[in-house]
Write a protein that binds this ligand. Structure first.
Ligand code: ES4
Ligand code: ZN
Length: 319
């Protein structure tokens, strides 16, 4: 599906395809515990979010240098452009790298090498969103925010990801307050595996402008009404939900009901190398399996620009 669209929920580390993982492993002298790309792909059968995260963090061992991060981002941008992506707000997980001895500067400068020329090279405008790992401490998140100070001209906002249940948004109240004082935009994963209360908390305590996933809002009609009234965008990831068993099958996905309820939904790819598809593949899948009309697909594409952090003039160029 090559409809022009913005990708608002994309973990750059989740775009690491098996072929590139092995190439980077060889380049960096890292041994992966898989014989080859086929054996690695065999491991992509997930029970839930945690079983995916275990592999996601394990494979990051191959990312070591600025060039690695630049190559990763460039490979993603090439694939995204081919699927009609005109703008991407890219998540990255600083703590997943600093914890293994890769400095934040390596990550940001490496990604930036690809991002700074991507309007020219790929026709894609970009923003960077730094995510905190919610299963790490609030102190670690605060330290990460402090370490990011030299790079804030390159970082548009903050997010919250990793294992959700047991790590409510309120844990990061002070970090989000500090980020707001620095002028950073705020989003957070909420209501993927966690309860609808986490969505409310992300809005009320963290002041998020957009909710990542937000799927479980459908269990709380009053919350749905609020999200509609306040025009809070949700960044849904249908293929991710199937692979992580948040929904039983794609045919059971609540996206059509969510659109009918008047929610500002967007369709995104999350971790496309792991979940079976990039942004356009997610659009194709909901078209085919959920029977969404062409008009609904155009609405989803429109919503992606409306929900983005683009300024009006940039938004017009991208649409
Ligand atoms: C993630 Cl699907 C998902 N959920 C939460 N955290 C994540 N990090 C990367 N992908
Ligand atoms: Zn995500």
């Amino acid at each position: 599906m090559s409809l022009p669209k913005a990708e608002l929920h994309l973990h750059i580390e989740g775009t690491l395809e098996p072929e590139l993982a092995f190439e980077l492993a060889a380049r960096n002298g890292v041994t992966l515990p898989y014989a080859d790309t086929d054996a690695l792909r065999e491991a992509y059968r997930f029970e839930d979010l945690q079983s995916f995260l275990n592999l996601y963090y394990e494979l990051m061992a191959v990312l070591r240098t600025e060039r690695d991060f630049a190559d990763l981002a460039d490979a993603y941008l090439t694939r995204a452009a081919a699927q009609g992506v005109r703008h991407v707000e890219m998540f990255f997980d600083p703590q997943a790298h600093t914890a293994r001895g890769v400095a934040l500067g390596i990550v940001v400068e490496g990604l930036w090498r690809a991002l700074e020329k991507s309007v020219e090279t790929h026709g894609i405008s970009t923003r960077l969103i730094m995510c905190f790992l919610r299963d790490e401490s609030a102190a670690s998140a605060m330290e990460t925010l402090r370490a990011a100070r030299p790079y804030l001209d390159r970082i548009t906002g903050i997010g919250l990801d990793s294992a959700e249940v047991g790590h409510p948004p309120v844990k990061f109240r002070e970090v989000y307050e500090a980020a707001a004082r620095l002028g950073l935009r705020r989003v957070a994963h909420a209501g993927e595996e966690g309860p609808p209360e986490y969505i409310t908390e992300a809005l009320d305590v963290l002041g998020v402008e957009r909710v990542d996933h937000g799927l479980r809002c459908m269990e709380d009609p009053a919350l749905v009404e609020r999200l509609v009234r306040e025009r809070i965008p949700l960044t849904l990831c249908p293929l991710s939900n199937v692979r992580l068993r948040t929904v039983d099958t794609l045919a059971d996905h609540p996206l059509p009901a969510m659109l009918d309820a008047g929610l500002l939904c967007t369709v995104n790819s999350d971790d496309p190398a792991y979940f079976g598809g990039y942004a356009g593949d997610n659009f194709d899948a909901v078209h085919r399996t959920l029977g969404l009309s062409e008009e609904r697909l155009r609405e989803l594409a429109r919503n992606s620009f409306t929900a983005s952090f683009l300024e009006d003039d940039e938004e017009r160029r991208a649409r």
